[in-house]
Each structure stands twice: as C-alpha cells, then as structure tokens.
Ligand binder design. Structure first.
Ligand code: GTP
Ligand code: MG
Length: 155
C-alpha cells in the first residue's frame, strides 16, 4: 500500500453545519490554504473529497432537517459552526442527538472579531447543543485551524 493510499484512508469525512454567514465556506477555504473569497453556498458541496459544506438554510429551515440527517450519513464527524459574534444560536439543545452517536465537534468562528465574553457565550451554545470538543477559530488570522486539521485528520 502506498503512503498516499493509507493517508486517504485515514482522512476523516467532515460535514459543516451552521447558519448562513456562520463562516463554514470560509473555514474550508482556510483549511485548504485558499484565498478567502465570499460566495453564498447554494447547495450541498463536497470540497476536496472529504469536506461536506452545507448551505445555512439546511439548519435554519426545519423542513431541511431530514436532508441534513441524510447528508450527514456520509460523514464521520459533525462540525457545528457557530459565529462568535452572533447573539443567539440556531442550534437547539441536544441538536447532536439527531446524528445517532456520531462525534459532534463545536467550531467557534470569527474569533478575530469577538471578545472573551462573546466566545464564552458561543461555547455555551455549542455545549448545550451537545458538542464535545470545542475549537475557537478565525479564518482571517488562522487561529485554531491547524489544531483542528491535526486533531480531526482532515487533510
Ligand atoms: N472577520 C472574519 N470574517 C469571517 C470569518 N469567517 C467568515 N467570515 C466572513 O463571514 C461571511 C460569511 O462567511 P461564509 O463562510 O460564506 O459563511 P457560510 O457559513 O458559508 O454561509 P452560507 O454559505 O450562507 O451558509 C463572509 O463575508 C466571510 O468573509 C472569520 O473568521 N473572521
Ligand atoms: Mg457557505
């Protein structure tokens, strides 16, 4: 077996879930060392074979919950993406229980724009929703991104 093959096999498949503008797509760009450019995610997108980027509407609209569950079946790890600057959350308590025991990780985005209080608030939203490990990240400064990639075997 070549090294490349074993690396591909070890790679985890992740799905990013979070409201519109939470920073899912931008985080994917940062992970892949791409230039950051904004575009609205219109539909489910597989990036680099192992990252499933979803549109915010999948979380925001109750009617899409079924689609979220079906789409997440292809993933090993659920990434719940919460904007640190948002004074609320779209993740209901125990949101993670929808995914039948799959590991759910909490990602706080836009740390570069947030103060300590905002970050603590975002952590609480994610904990209440059932997230396990939490990562505080910024796609702009790169904070937390390397750690995330390493821990979750994304690349
Ligand atoms: N300052 C700062 N801005 C960010 C960060 N991450 C994302 N943004 C900005 O937030 C806006 C929305 O980011 P997206 O990554 O497109 O959000 P999304 O979650 O993919 O949104 P949908 O595709 O609508 O579901 C963009 O203008 C980004 O530039 C960050 O870490 N820091
Ligand atoms: Mg997007």
């Amino acid at each position: 077996m070549s090294n490349e093959t074993s690396k591909e096999e070890k790679k985890k498949r992740i799905i990013l879930i979070g409201r519109s503008t939470a920073g899912k797509t931008t985080l994917c760009q940062r992970i892949n060392n791409e230039e950051l450019h904004y575009y609205k995610t219109q539909t489910v997108q597989v990036i680099n074979k192992n990252m499933i980027d979803t549109p915010g509407e999948y979380l925001e609209r109750r009617g899409f919950r079924g689609a979220l569950i079906v789409t997440s079946a292809d993933a090993d790890i659920i990434l719940m993406v919460q904007d640190a600057t948002e004074g609320g959350t779209m993740f209901p308590p125990l949101f993670c229980s929808m995914f039948a025991g799959k590991p759910c990780v909490g990602i706080i985005t836009k740390a570069d724009l947030a103060d300590e209080e905002q970050i603590e608030r975002a952590k609480k939203y994610l904990k209440d929703a059932g997230a396990g490990t939490l990562y505080v990240t910024s796609a702009v400064t790169g904070e937390g991104v390397e750690q995330l990639v390493r821990d979750l075997h994304i690349l």
